[in-house]
Write a protein that binds this ligand. Structure first.
Ligand SMILES: [Fe+2]
Length: 337
């Protein structure tokens, strides 16, 4: 199979997801920005005048205006990069992988825990997994499709997709139910490790996410503080407490998405994920992050140890779930008395 030929991938068995994306026909996205052909200072001036909520079209290259917007604000939203049928197929593939992992009792892939919780119907539900593309030939071909080539070269001329490196292609499905795991994620940057060890800000750390649901600001979702990707080590360490501070920031931006949107955000900026105020299936929010890697090839395998940060995170998530269950049991027994 040619790595860039999506049509050559075998068609998945099912292309109907158990929970179709919220498409909200009455609420279509704004048209992407019509970009004039500009370069240099003129492109930067045009980008600076754009509203923060602007949606771009992914073309065969990242335009000078898109580069300028990213340099200034630290993020880009590309409108509906994946088609509706592709969105459905990917979601159906994740349903299939979930069923397969559950049937085999697998709770880790290449040392990285797969997080299961309970869905609003009380069934086991996959909330987060790494290395998703390793389980799906369709997904492996999809993330290598020619349309993503400008994104790959934005990361680096020799960047590759790390299917088996770091955490691989990460799929998130958050739904808020009584036993939900980690419905939100407090403020953080991805630069903490570098700052801690080197007291120096790293270079750009671009996160590439694909989004599968219509998310309005009121639905929770990704929040960014635009422009903070250029902050220094002091601000990274002290202006908020990583993974603890969760108060709204007066400068934060809620990233609105429609199914198929692709976002680029520089992990050096402050960002967080806000839980949906709803409970039940209406709170479902799904995203997929594709790792582009430039450093030495370091593949993981089934013998890979669980990274320390994952073990700590996993322990916290489980502790939270246990204390929630205890609290629930206490309330139930009080009610029954
Ligand atoms: Fe993050």
């Amino acid at each position: 199979m040619s790595p860039l030929d999506l049509a050559a991938a075998p068609p998945p068995l099912a292309a109907t997801p158990r929970h179709p994306p919220r498409r909200a026909a009455a609420d279509p996205p704004a048209a992407p920005c019509v970009e004039p052909d500009l370069d240099g200072d003129a492109a930067a001036a045009f980008a600076n005048a754009l509203p923060l909520g602007v949606r771009f079209e992914l073309r065969d290259r990242i335009t000078p205006i898109q580069h300028a917007f990213l340099a200034r604000h630290g993020f880009l939203v590309f409108s509906q990069v994946a088609r509706d049928d592709e969105v459905d197929t990917i979601l159906a593939e994740v349903d299939r992988i979930e069923a397969d992992l559950l049937a085999r009792g697998e709770r880790k892939v290449f040392g990285v825990p797969v997080w299961f919780g309970l869905d609003p119907d009380g069934h086991d539900y996959l909330f987060r997994m790494g290395f998703t593309s390793v389980h799906s030939e369709y997904l492996g071909a999809f993330v290598r499709d020619a349309r993503f080539e400008p994104i790959r070269t934005l990361i680096g001329a020799d960047a590759r997709i790390g299917d088996r490196e770091k955490d691989g292609v990460v799929f998130n499905r958050y739904v808020r139910a009584e036993q939900s795991l980690r419905p939100n994620l407090a403020w953080h940057t991805d630069a903490l490790r570098d700052v801690f060890y080197n007291w120096k800000m790293p270079g750009p750390m671009l996160n590439i996410g694909l989004h599968f649901d219509r998310i309005r600001p009121a639905d929770g979702g990704l929040r960014l503080v635009p422009g903070t990707h250029t902050q220094g080590p002091m601000s990274t360490l002290f202006s908020k407490i990583h993974f603890v501070s969760d108060a709204p920031d007066k400068n934060e931006l809620a990233v609105e998405t429609w199914p198929g949107d692709l976002t680029v955000h520089d992990g050096r900026m402050w960002h967080r994920v806000v839980a949906s105020p709803e409970t039940g299936w209406g709170s479902l929010r799904r995203s997929m992050y594709v790792p582009y890697v430039c450093d030495t090839y370091q593949p993981k395998s089934k013998d890979s140890a669980t990274p320390l940060y994952m073990r700590v995170f996993d322990a916290i998530v489980r502790m939270k779930a246990r204390s929630k269950a205890r609290e629930q049991a206490r309330l139930t027994s009080r009610r029954d008395r």
